[in-house]
Design a binder for this molecule. Structure first.
Ligand SMILES: [Zn+2]
Ligand SMILES: [Zn+2]
Length: 862
């Protein structure tokens, strides 16, 4: 164990670095120059070369974000801490492998440990309830403060350990655990709460649960720490025990240095020890040494149950300090200790202790071998005896410590390890060492017995010697000097023999001690190794089992999950792919459809265009054809119309001719009218004459009637005769006139008929003319229009002239109306009928006769 731990730390002298810290590497003593630049480890603050600090790492005492330069030493320390933490399952307030071992050392068996834990759990609540107000106040007011102060003063190594231990733990839970332990501790030990006590409690809780922590605290307090350290009892007010301690330490230093310390250095050392010894001693120096040194010392303390070893260790530090203390500020000393105290130094110190013991013993024997001059010898012996007494005292303490160490180990072996060793002997693993161990074991037993025997004999011899000295002295004082006393020579010889024997024995003892030491070391080492390996293996095994099981489960779960995830992913991907494929298909289909649509559309468009074009062409051609037809029709019509027009022109020519003829006719008719008018005038005159004649005749007739009434017979026959003659004449004339009227009427009818015909002709002509105009309009030909207008003008002109002519003719005709004539004659007829109804028949007969006559006369009239 020692070698193993020691190998993890490089030896570095305590001194030298402080003075030359800027000149050489503190780990390998390489001189800094342009080639070897100086770096600083941010963990231990050593000035080192690059080779000794090639890495960077997160350092708990700095910020936890950026990596800093770290030396090899610190890297190893940190790595080892982590490893041990994992192997031993260290966690704040939990029982680790180390804690179990410690409890075993303090208590002895598993049963006691279980019982302690049970009792603690049972009594805790009661103790917390029943704790005195004083204790409660003490803990409440001081615990948190001391806890924080301690955290600030932790060295780099312990700081990191503390950091790793308390990761994830809340400060309040840490404080609760500490206060629980302290409450229980104060139950049986009503002492003052100090910072160191808080520190020790915290330190133990790194490895143990609360119950075991309490157990260890009680064990340390009652059995390990010397009574002089229990100065912090509540009733003790001053720090006098510290003076005592400082004196003790200074004495140690003076003795070990073998040289006088000058007063200045001594006073400075005293100041240092005054300031720090309390801390250093009561906290077992944990605050000022690397974590592993502290751990090793605490382990040794529990194994040996001896505190003086630490005191001596501290003295050794102070001894080393002498070399630099003059130059170093007192406040810097703990830092220097922190940097430099390592396990190897501790072991060297222990070795040095041994050699010093041996030196002292040899010097003692050599001094005892030279009792030449009696006075000198006596004085020498007297002083020697005094010295011896002093030394014996000190030696005895040393021897006691050593003895205790041995005893404890042997007892340890006997009590606790016996079965284990037996087991180990039986174990196949240790087959090769079995006999050796057996032998050693037996030899140790034997040697131990011999040693105790020798010790007894030595003490007897010394007692005898003392008695002799007393006798000698009394004799010397009483009588004159007897140098050649045979008794004395005998005594001297005996003394010589005895001293020789002592020498031999002591040599043997030292040999045996060495052997035992070696064996113990071996044993311890092997045991520790075994324990460590077994525990580590167990831990590993259990870890592995658990881990493998857990891992398997976790892994399988993880794998399953992963597999599931992957499957899900794959299925998702597949589905995505299928979806995408589907989409692609859809898109392709869409594309195809689109293409189809496009082609269709194009085709349709083409068709449409074609059809439309064709239709258009067709329509256009049709139009063209129709137009052509129309044009041809129109041309035909045109030609037809031109023909017609020509015809019409011919017709018009003819009509003109006819019109001229008509005009001639009308002229003739007019002439005829004029003749007729003349004739009708004549006739009218004639009718008037006739009427006058008729009136005269009627008057004559009236007169004749009157004369006839008066004279009747005389003239009646004559007058009647005359009258009858006149009447016949008038009747004849009348008949003639009637014949003429009748002819005229006939002629008038004829003219009217002509006129009607002419109107009909005119109407038909107008119709034709209209048709011509319409066709002409359709043609819209200017010539035709002109022609039409021309014709129209002509026609209208013709019409107007014709109408004028006709009107004139009509007006002329109306002026000579035959109606008046007719009326006159009818009136005449009526008049005749009324006047002479009898005569009428005669007259009509006459008239008929006359008519036939007048008809013949017509030719004469015209
Ligand atoms: Zn270096
Ligand atoms: Zn470092």
């Amino acid at each position: 164990m020692l070698e193993k731990i020691g190998s993890k730390f490089t030896y570095k002298t305590f001194v030298g670095s402080s003075t030359n810290k800027n000149e050489v590497c503190e780990l390998c003593n390489q001189t800094f120059d342009w080639k070897h630049k100086q770096h600083q480890c941010k963990r231990c603050l050593r000035y080192v070369c690059y080779n000794c600090a090639p890495d960077k790492a997160i350092i708990a005492s700095h910020d936890l974000k950026t990596p800093h330069r770290i030396c090899k030493n610190c890297k190893d320390d940190s790595k080892h801490q982590t490893q041990q933490m994992e192997v031993e399952k260290c966690k704040f307030g939990h029982l680790s492998g180390i804690g179990k071992r410690w409890a075993y050392l303090a208590q002895g068996d598993d049963f006691a440990i279980d019982k302690a834990q049970e009792e603690y759990q049972k009594s805790l609540s009661q103790i917390l309830k029943n704790a005195s107000n004083e204790t409660k106040n003490q803990i409440q007011t001081n615990l948190q403060r001391y806890f924080k102060e301690n955290k600030k003063t932790l060295n780099y190594s312990l700081y990191e350990w503390n950091y790793k231990m308390c990761v994830g733990e809340q400060e309040i839970s840490l404080l609760t655990k500490i206060s629980n332990v302290l409450h229980c501790f104060f139950q049986t030990n009503p002492i003052k709460l100090t910072r160191n006590l808080v520190f020790i409690t915290t330190y133990i809780l790194y490895f143990c649960d609360e119950a075991i922590c309490l157990l260890l605290l009680l064990f340390l307090h009652q059995k390990v720490l010397p009574s002089r350290f229990q100065y912090h009892k509540l009733d003790v007010e001053e720090n006098k025990p510290i003076d005592q301690e400082v004196k003790f330490l200074l004495d140690c230093i003076t003795e070990q240095s073998n040289s006088k310390i000058d007063s200045l250095l001594r006073s400075k050392l005293k100041v240092f020890l005054d300031t720090y010894s309390s801390d250093i001693l009561t906290t077992l120096m944990f605050n000022h040494i690397e974590f592993y040194v502290g751990y090793f010392l605490f382990n040794q303390l529990l194994i040996n149950r001896e505190f003086s070893i630490y005191e001596k260790f501290l003295a050794n530090i102070c001894l080393e300090l002498q070399k630099v203390i003059a130059e170093v500020q007192i406040d810097e000393i703990p830092h220097q200790i922190m940097k430099n105290i390592q396990l190897e130094q501790l072991t060297t110190f222990l070795q040095m202790e041994d050699t010093q013991k041996r030196k002292y013993r040899t010097s003692l024997t050599s001094k005892e071998q030279l009792p030449q001059q009696s006075s000198n010898i006596i004085t020498q012996q007297q002083s020697q005896v005094k010295k011896e007494e002093q030394q014996q005292q000190r030696q005895s303490s040393c021897d006691n410590a050593l003895q205790y160490l041995l005893d404890s180990f042997i007892g340890f072996l006997k009590d606790n390890q016996h079965s284990k060793i037996e087991y180990m002997i039986q174990n196949e693993k240790y087959d090769s060492n079995k006999n050796q161990i057996k032998e050693l074991y037996q030899a140790i037993k034997r040697q131990n017995e011999e040693l105790s025997g020798l010790r007894n004999s030595i003490s007897y011899a010394k007692q005898d010697q003392d008695l002799e000295y007393d006798a000698n002295n009394s004799r010397i004082s009483r009588s004159s000097v007897k140098l050649d006393d045979p008794e004395r020579t005998f005594f001297q010889r005996e003394l010589q023999e005895k001293s020789n024997l002592i020498k031999e024995l002591e040599e043997k003892v030292s040999q045996q001690k060495e052997l035992i030491q070696r064996y113990i070391d071996q044993q311890q080492q092997s045991e520790m190794d075994n324990y460590n390996t077994v525990s580590s293996l167990k831990a590993q095994l259990s870890n592995n089992n658990q881990m493998t099981a857990d891992n398997k489960e976790i892994q399988t779960k993880a794998f399953e999950q992963k597999e599931e995830n992957y499957r899900n992913q794959i299925s998702n991907l597949h589905s995505e792919i299928s979806g995408l494929k589907f989409e692609i298909n859809n898109l392709q289909i869409q594309l195809q459809q689109n293409q189809k649509n496009k082609t269709e559309f194009e085709n349709q468009l083409k068709e449409k265009i074609n059809s439309e074009y064709e239709q258009e062409v067709y329509r256009l051609t049709e139009d063209r054809v129709s137009l052509l037809k129309k044009t041809s029709f129109l041309q035909q019509q045109n030609s037809f119309f031109t023909v017609k027009l020509e015809e019409k022109e011919q017709e018009t020519q003819e009509l003109k001719k006819q019109l001229e003829e008509q005009k001639k006719n009308t002229e003739e008719m007019r002439l005829l009218y004029a003749k007729q008018n003349e004739q009708s005038d004549k006739l009218n005159k004639h009718i008037d004459d006739l009427n006058v004649q008729i009136l005269g005749l009627k008057r004559k007739e009236f007169d004749q009637n009157n004369n006839q009434t008066n004279a009747q017979t005389h003239n009646q026959t004559s007058i009647n005769k005359e009258l009858q003659e006149n009447n016949i004449q008038i009747r004849n004339n009348l008949l003639h006139k009637e014949k003429e009227l009748f002819n005229l009427k006939q002629k008038f009818v004829e003219v009217n008929q002509l006129k009607i015909e002419y109107f009909d002709q005119m109407q038909s002509y107008e119709r034709i003319n209209k048709e011509i105009n319409q066709s002409l309009k359709q043609y819209e030909g200017q010539e035709i229009h002109q022609l039409k207008s021309f014709y129209e003008e002509k026609i209208s002109l013709l019409e107007s002239t014709h109408e004028e002519q006709m009107n004139r003719l009509l007006s002329q005709f109306q002026q000579n109306q035959p109606y008046q004539l007719e009326q006159q004659t009818t009136n005449q007829h009526q008049y005749f009928k009324e006047s002479q109804p009898n005569q009428e028949k005669q007259i009509i007969d006459e008239q008929q006769q006359e008519q036939s006559v007048t008809q013949t006369d017509d030719c004469t009239i015209f």
